[in-house]
Structures are given as C-alpha cells and as structure tokens.
Design a protein around this ligand. Structure first.
Ligand SMILES: Nc1ncnc2c1ncn2[C@@H]1O[C@H](COP(=O)(O)OP(=O)(O)OP(=O)(O)O)[C@@H](O)[C@H]1O
Length: 680
C-alpha cells in the first residue's frame, strides 16, 4: 500500500461504519496511517477511538467499510490496551515469560529485552509483583510487554493516561526513537499538548475524523495558532453539518468487513503451554482461594453427612395421662420386657404399673417424653413450641387396652374409647410431624406386641395384617439422606465447575487480559483447553475428597460401580464448564454471570429431587424432566449408587446421554456467540 506522498501506508480505513447497541459509533470514518510515522488520534471521551482501534485489530468487525493493513501477521502487531491488563499476582519476570512464550521468544532474549527496557523506561525490579507497583510503574510494564516481541505496528490506547509528565515525556521520546527505527505507532490520547510530538494528528469527533494532517498544517489550514482552537473550529463545522454530514447506514445495508489480521485458529502447543503454566501459576499464587476451593467441598460434604436427611432425634412429646399420679414416679425404671399383668386372673385388674408407663418406655426409645398434669398445660407447651405434640390417655387406659387385647372385640363403647391414645400435634413441619407420627405408631405396635406376648397370644393374629418383607432395594428403615445425596453431590459438581470457569474467564475478560491474549494470537481452543486441564486437576482432587467423606468417613450406601459414578460426575462437570463458558459469552458483567449461575444451580437443586422427589412434581415437569440439564444425571447416580444398575440400564445411560448432549449444546452456542461477536 502506498500513501499520497508515495510512501508506504500501514493502515487505511475507508468509509467505516459501526453501530453498537443503538449507538452509531463510527460514521463513514476515513483514516490513513503512513509507515514509520507516529499517528496521534486525538478526540474527546466517547468519540469512538477505542472502537476504531478494536476494528483495526480485528476484535470487532465493521458494519460497512474497509480496513487494510500493511501487516497481517499478529506477531507483527503490538497492542497496549487502555487498562493495565496484567496479572496482578505475577512478577514482571513471569509476565514477560508468559508473553515471550506466546510469541516464541527465547528466555535469553526476554531477559535482554527486559534489561533494555529498564534502561529506557526505568522498569521496576524483575521479581516485583504487579500489585506491588504504582500505577505509573504498572503502565511502564504494560508498555514494555507491548514492545517485547519487537512489533512493526504499535497500537497504544491512551498509554499516558494517569501517568506523570516526566514518564509521559519519556514514553513519547521513546516512541519517536521507535518510529525512526521503522515502527509505525498509532496512539490515542486526550492530551492535545503531547500529541504535537506525533508526525500526523487525526482530530476525531462523534465517529468521524475531522482532519488528519501534520499538526502545523492543521493549524494553518484552519487559520488558528493552536490545536485546541483548530479542534473547536472543526467541531463547529461538523455541528453545522457543512462538512461532515453524519450519514446513518444500517448494519444490514452495509457489507461486513472481515478482520484485517490473520487469525490462526490452529492449535499451537507453545501458546497452549503458556496459558496452562499461567493458569497453574495463578493457582499457586492464590493459595487462599485454592485452599478454600479444596476445603469447601470437604466442609460441604461433611456438613451434609451430619445434618441432611438424618432422622430427627430427641423430639419433645408430652404425655398427659389420667392413670399417672404426681410426677410419674410409678414409671421410673420400667423394663419393657417385664411381665405386664396376670393373664390367668379371671377378673381383669389394673396392673401394678399402668400400661401408660410401658407406652412411655417404648416412646422413650426415640423421643424425649415429659409428663404434664393437665391437658391445658400440655397444650400450652405445644403452643409455646416446647413440644411437638401431646398424647392424652384416659384413667382406665390400661384396663381398656388389656380388655381390647383379650376380647378382640370389646363389648362396650366406653371401653373402646378409653383404650384410645388421643394425640394432638404441631403439624407445621411436614417431615418432623410425619416422622413423629410414625414413631408413635411404632411405639404403640411394640406395646401391643408386648401385651400379646405377655399372654401368649400370637402377634400374627392380633397385629395389623401387613408384613414388610426384606426390601428389594434399600432398607425397611430408609434415611432421607441416602436419596438426597446424589442430588447434592451432582448439583455441587455442576455448580462448582460452572462458577470456577465463569469466574476465571470473567476475571481475564474484565481486566482486558483476554483481549490482550487474543490480539497476541491466542485462540479460544488454547484458552479453553488450558482451562479444562486445570479444572480437571482441581475437580479430581475435590471429587476424591467428597467421595472419601461420603463413602468412607460416613457409611452412605454405594452398591453400584464406583468408576461409573466417577465417570458420570465428570460428565456433569463438563456440563458445568460449558455452561460457565456460555455465560461469559452472553453477559458482560460478572454480577450477571453470578446471578445466571446461581439461578441455574437452584433450578438443578430443586429439579434434582434433593428437596423433594420429582414423583411429587407437577405432571408437566415430570414428563419433561429428561429435557433439563443435570436432572437425568442425578437420576442415573441414584440408580447406580442405590440400586446397583449398570450402564446398559436406560436410567443410567439416559444421564450420560443428557450430560453429553447439554455439553455439546452449550459449547455449540458458545462457539456461535464467539464467532458472531467477531462480527459485532
Ligand atoms: N459494546 C458496546 N455497546 C454499546 N455501546 C458501546 C459499546 N462499546 C462502546 N460503546 C459506545 O461507543 C462510544 C465510543 O466508545 P469508545 O470506547 O470507542 O470511546 P473512546 O473515544 O475510546 O473514549 P475514551 O477516550 O473515554 O476511552 C461510546 O459512547 C460508548 O458508550
């Protein structure tokens, strides 16, 4: 490319249009940057300088217009973003080595260049971490990183903002030296004064270049003595519309301009290793976060095992019995096996120790029983939340119960009524109330069995004719935690990988690290690949910790194949990684990413049958549950762990299939979004 004077042209932008949201940012912009020149892009905040640079670097595509560059290889371009965009926890040495690896520069050359930049720019010590440096020092390091691979074209987005005047002068002096060595430099700035050092100045306003020329030519052509005045004059003309009539071109009308720089979409092992080492180094530097990430699953699983789904214990229950006098001394030291009454006696009498005491003894096995002397005080205690219920037994409860056992069908209604235990409960808690109800029924069945045995009456005849045989799966006294654990474990694996993936990528994105790496030639395959390796290591350790706590420290049932369970968990984690990545492509703020992540986890939590079995869900949800992410995998886990099913069972392979399909779907949408963003 040649410029008007016959010299080489490094950048040529023609009729550039760009709309972002509802804002037309570039409006038919033209720009020409000659090789070996310093091109100062001067304009107020929001005029579109950064968007223009992004388009030149291929981070965004124009809606219409053409960009041509004198170089197409990313290795020949150096980009310094507006933000410092460096890893805060890393030392200067580590940052230099990271970017050096990206560009394939040897260690020796990296070190030599550091020494050169230290002389020129006064870089801090090689082993200083970025977070220990002042703002100005960080900018110097960022500038040096841009120069590290000796690029031909330098694009610097406000390198002197927030920098003291001495450093700013130093940077400009060095830029002049670089241009004399054959580099082309495009530099954006707000500061008119420092822009005078540039060979060419472009005055930009509202998405257009108002004038582009040598500084003195601009002033003389407008007939003023300063660049500020020239800018004001040209701005007035733009507002009057005499020279720069804004033309709105709709995105759909214009033809899209592709990236002016080549994108290397092939996997490059050096770049991948650079990214991988960087991720591992980040983990090493953030020991607090890493220990939290490893302790969190241990704590979560431990707390789950000791608190979730176990049967309620020591529930308070009150007995108000008219048979018992005073504070219940009669019931002290009851042996539930002792003979209850004399079956041979012809006339039935109240036994020495009333049956109430035996009933209490059976109830006491699983509950905490206290006696009250009146129904009013008993009810008051339930009202005051001191007990879960009251059992009222009438004065001739023992006699009526014995009579009922002996005669099978008692003769009079009074006897029938007196043999009843009248129960008034606090039913506000579903689980507690039902568990208590079962415990009371079990205690009564025990009492009745003891009474039957007392008189050698077969319990087979006197008891309810229902017999629960050895169950096919599980036990006759199931614990809710056993069926809740699969949902908890799987949801945690999904949540953790999703939040770690989105957190790691958003961290790089928000501070400009991702853009810097992408401009340097890194591609998404390398970035995501390196991330997956790190994730894999981390989740393997986490998973092992959780499996040990669940199945070795605590005796939760696991009758199926352990390798199959581990494989299933990796599949669920793949869904978490792909969903986390998708969120970072959909949202630009980490807050929104967190909201969407937590929202999805809550949905997984409730659809996974942890809180309540899906058999109780609405028919609409039940019939579509297979279509939700993670829920079928939780079902598979349950089938493997609690029923011992293998991969050839539909309930098991459905979970694997669902996880694979969701991973592919989330990944495919992410790829489409990444590609379409390039077009934005
Ligand atoms: N993703 C986006 N969506 C919508 N509008 C955007 C987006 N990015 C930038 N803009 C708008 O485009 C305009 C130009 O932004 P740009 O960052 O290029 O300004 P600038 O000239 O670089 O400003 P500064 O000097 O403050 O950095 C601004 O009004 C900004 O709000």
């Amino acid at each position: 490319m040649a410029n008007r004077e016959g010299g080489e042209m490094m950048i040529s932008v023609r009729e550039a249009y760009k709309v972002l949201g509802s804002h037309q940012v570039l409006k038919g912009l033209n720009m020409s940057v000659s090789s070996n020149n310093i091109y100062g892009l001067l304009g107020p905040s929001g005029c579109g300088k950064t968007v223009l640079l992004n388009c030149i670097l291929g981070m965004r595509n124009l809606d219409d217009g053409v960009i041509r560059l004198g170089v197409t290889d990313r290795k020949l371009v150096g980009y310094m973003p507006q933000e410092v965009a460096l890893f805060k926890e890393f030392t200067i040495k580590e940052i230099f080595i990271f970017y050096g690896r990206l560009f394939g520069i040897s260690r020796q050359l990296i070190h030599n260049r550091y020494n050169d930049y230290t002389t020129i720019l006064g870089l801090p010590h090689w082993h200083s971490t970025i977070q220990s440096l002042s703002g100005g020092e960080q900018r110097r390091v960022s500038f040096a990183v841009t120069l590290l691979h000796d690029p031909v074209l330098l694009i610097l987005d406000e390198p002197t903002v927030g920098v003291d005047s001495i450093l700013s002068q130093r940077i400009w002096k060095y830029l002049v030296e670089l241009s004399s060595q054959g580099k082309t430099i495009v530099i954006t700035t707000h500061y008119v004064e420092e822009a005078r050092h540039a060979h060419t100045i472009a005055l930009m306003r509202a998405g257009q270049i108002l004038r582009e020329d040598r500084p003195d030519n601009i002033m003389s052509s407008v007939g003023v003595s300063s660049l500020e005045e020239a800018f004001l004059e040209l701005s007035k003309k733009q507002d009057e519309g005499s020279e720069y009539m804004p033309i709105f071109r709709n995105r759909s009308i214009g033809k899209e301009s592709g990236s002016p720089l080549n994108n290397d979409n092939r996997f490059n092992i050096n770049r991948f290793i650079a990214q991988l080492i960087k991720n591992l180094l980040w983990m090493k530097r953030n020991t607090l976060i890493m220990s939290f990430l490893l302790l969190l699953p241990a704590m979560q699983s431990f707390f789950f095992c000791i608190s979730f789904g176990q049967n309620p214990q020591n529930l308070n229950l009150i007995i108000y019995s008219e048979e018992i006098k005073g504070d219940g001394d009669q019931c002290a030291n009851i042996d539930v096996k002792q003979r209850l009454y004399d079956c041979d006696s012809q006339s039935l009498e109240i036994p020495d120790v009333p049956l109430t005491c035996h009933f209490i003894a059976h109830l006491n096995k699983s509950m905490h029983i206290s006696l009250e002397s009146s129904m009013e005080s008993a009810r008051l205690n339930v009202l005051r939340n001191k007990a879960w219920g009251v059992i009222y037994l009438q004065s001739n409860f023992s006699l009526a119960t014995i009579q009922r056992i002996n005669e099978f069908i008692p003769t009079d209604n009074d006897t029938v009524d007196s043999s009843f235990a009248y129960i008034t409960m606090d039913m506000s808690n579903y689980v507690v109330a039902n568990y208590l109800r079962k415990q009371i029924i079990d205690a009564y069945i025990e009492l009745k069995r003891a009474l039957s045995e007392n008189c050698n009456i077969s319990d087979r005849v006197s008891s309810i004719p229902l017999k629960f045989e050895t169950p096919i799966y599980g036990t006759n006294n199931p614990v809710y935690a056993y069926s809740g654990l699969p949902g908890f474990f799987c949801s945690f694996c999904f949540y953790f990988t999703m939040i770690f993936t989105s957190g790691a990528i958003m961290m790089e994105k928000l501070v400009g690290l991702l853009d810097r790496s992408l401009v340097a030639g890194m591609n998404y395959i390398e970035i995501v690949g390196a991330h997956i390796v790190v994730q894999f290591l981390l989740i393997s350790v986490q998973k092992s910790i959780m499996l040990i706590i669940f199945y070795i420290c605590f005796d939760n049932p696991l009758i199926g194949s352990v390798p199959l369970i581990i494989l299933l968990l990796y599949c669920i984690e793949a869904v978490g990684v792909s969903y986390g990545f998708l969120l970072t492509e959909i949202f630009s703020s980490d807050r929104l990413v967190s909201y969407a992540g937590i929202g999805a986890t809550l949905a997984v939590f409730s659809l996974g049958g942890i809180i309540w079995p899906m058999e109780g869900a609405d028919i609409l949800i039940r019939s579509w549950i297979w279509a939700f992410p993670v829920a079928p995998a939780i079902d598979s886990y349950r089938a493997i762990a609690l029923k011992g099913f293998s991969l050839d069972h539909v309930q098991v392979y459905a979970g694997f299939l669902s996880s694979i399909i969701w991973t592919l779907l989330f990944s495919a949408i992410s790829v489409v979004l990444v590609k379409s963003k390039r077009l934005q």
